[in-house]
Ligand binder design. Sequence first.
Ligand code: ADP
Ligand code: MG
Ligand code: MG
Length: 872
Amino acid sequence: MTTFVYDFSHGDKDQRELLGGKGANLAEMTRLGLPVPPGFTITTQACRAYLAAGELPTELPEQVNEHLSALETAMNRKLGDEADPLLVSVRSGAKFSMPGMMDTVLNVGLTDATVSGLADQAGDERFAWDSYRRLIQMFGKTVLDMDGDRFEDAIHRAIEGEGVDTEVDLPVERLRTLVEEFKQLVRQHTGRDFPQDPRQQLWQTIEAVFGSWNSPRARLYRRTERIPDDLGTAVNVVGMVFGNLGPDSGTGVAFTRDPATGTRGAYGDYLPNAQGEDVVAGIRNTVPLTHLAELDSRSYQDLLHTMDVLEQHYRDLCDIEFTIERGRLWLLQTRVGKRTAAAAFIIAAALVEEGTINLDEALGRVTGEQLSRLMFPAFDLSDERPRLATGVAAAPGAAVGAAVFDSQRAVEIAESGTDVVLVRRETNPDDLPGMIAAQGILTSRGGKTSHAAVVARGMGTTCVCGADGITVSADSFTTVDGTTVREGDVISVDGETGAVYPGEVPVKPSPVVAYFETGEVPVGDPLVAAVDRLMRHADSAARLGVRANADTGEDSQRARRFGAVGIGLCRTEHMFLGDRRELVERLVLAEEDADREKVLAKLLEAQRADFVDILAAMDGLPVTIRLLDPPLHEFLPSLTDLEVAAATGSTDQRLLSAVRRMHEQNPMLGLRGVRLGLVIPGLYDMQVRAIGEAAGRLRAEGRDPRPEIMIPLVADAKELALTRASAQQILADIGVEAPIGTMIEVPRAAMTAAAIAEYADFFSFGTNDLTQMGWGFSRDDVEGSFFPRYLELGVFAVSPFAVLDTAGVGRLVEVAVTDGRASRSDLHLGVCGEHGGDPDSIRFFHHIGLDYVSCSPFRVPVARLAAGQAAV
Ligand code: ADP
Ligand code: MG
Ligand code: MG
């Protein structure tokens, strides 16, 4: 018989797959002896079974009932007992945290019959009725799929009618009628009464939580976070403890370090006399956690102690959800907390410093994505600027965009190409599409743990929340001094300081980029110091070298400063643009050898100067120069333009007929790469000569140029053999040596790598073309057309042009590596496609034994980090 239910005392933190993150960590805290209310977890396996069959597994009811009895014993209360009812929460929890995505229902077990028993037991009627109205509200929203606004509106009417500030101040009689109103809303919506049987409440909620795995917003969140769709969620049933029992009760969220800056200490938000979801929803404004020291110093000390225990145990920043019930601390959740990119580096380095983890582990605590985020510019605030408002700096970055007040509008305007900042009073999961589309998010309510803050941090989007100086309406916001900002007005949102400015604030470069440029660590800059520490370790651990793709001396210099150990791809096509286009035209039109040679001589001169520049910038380091790759007609006027001109009689007829002759239906599969070299007399010879002469010249000056000649688009060994032979002849005539290799970018080349390797000193995998030809996807066309649908259908979880498809294209690479090395053991192997800058792909390249990756200069630090991470 399958075990579908685990008591908290029977699991541990490593069972996230089965128990979900929340369940596994509740079990871990229980094992640690921390004060967790009793409870049990229904596994993700039960969820998967439910989703597959459309009904609950038959064994489940009995297993749940057994654990429920145990829970009743532990809590010394019975579900549905009119004198002293047990209440439970029913909480979703998947393997990966999905903030606000799945749903939780508190106070399950309250009915017309049990509510007064609860009131008597607590000695607090207001509390009992407040709990009951919360149950109906959450049950209505989560289980019955009702519009939450209907409940909120009823609450607001009650608050206004009573002339009080918040629902906490509603008198008991009004709460009773509110409950009646809520029940009426349920009846109107479903045609049935709110269930008065606690077990029915429980089972309906369990099914709803399972079902919510497939809600559109859960799917959307998973897609943006690349979480697989088939994991399912666990359900935790937890005995209720109450933070809404009066001023000596409350609920909060705590972090063992500041998730925004990484600074050590107790951070968080606390809300007296409240139940958990009040804090997360950002509905009421919280107080900083440190205020708890004054409100209830004993609980605060307990909390600090617990935070210490958890940090020591998880050896990382933990975030904690807790409740205080009449002066007694209860823990309801913990996990290794999300953090900003800067905090990730600072915390990892600090934990090394504190002796908690070693440098290898520290490398695993940061991501390339975080490093690249730190390389973005920030606002330049050297001039005093008036602010529109100040809120909580919830997720860093500098966002500039048109203010937009609705999620759907944000998506539309962003799609039209305008940067937007989404402004909301508070966000909820329905705002997710707009949050994804926006450069920045601004809310007027909620703290660092509000929905807006959590989601924005996860997505790496700038966010300022809780800017309570602004009043947000459906289509504008107004500041304290009466300024109104409407849709389309540009604002700047500073995720570092929480400031909101009118108009566009200029940005300044990132200190991390300055560090990479200069190698200097400014005194007292913990972020740069942390980056430096981890980068040095990554470099010392890495086996893969990181080169850059660069075509100019300037780019090469930057790549070198960023730590590139060579150029892995120097394209030569831009060297045929501009003024030189005319030379290409003449080359194409040349009818006599003498004409052609004249043109080639001119090109030779220009190319030689280009190569001198680059080889000088990379003195002592390898520079892989790719001979001309694109179809020649890319350098000629377009056929349409020429035909239009011909109609008015002003066209060079020879050019027109040449362009007609060269026109191709499918140029990416046409006359390009090595085919050009074999078909256009003198073209590749000229390029090889330019490289050889540039190297010869530098060598004569006492320098150390290291060119490597790369032949693109080879599909057959013979193509390479012919090209190589003439290149070698030319180099020998000049008296310089250079390795000659090829790109592996046509599937046939990968499959015939053994033969090709006989004529190659190196292979460089051109994974863009290899992906394009491997999948049969035209890269320029498909990403914007059917890829979104493919992602939705789960054909792949991420574009294969962004992250290497290891199962298919990666196999081609592996075959070529194995066969190539078998025929030539000293074959040098690298990658020069976009994938060379992607951390996941880099890990794969490390494992299949490549020697280097090559990526754009700006990406070099990320690739260095990834190369180090792959090696530890
Ligand atoms: P989420 O995953 O959205 O954070 P949770 O399941 O953690 O949802 O529930 C939200 C909040 O509800 C918790 O942080 C906690 O404050 C409160 N809560 C959940 N279960 C209980 C319980 N048994 N007793 C008291 N409060 C609870
Ligand atoms: Mg939670
Ligand atoms: Mg290519």
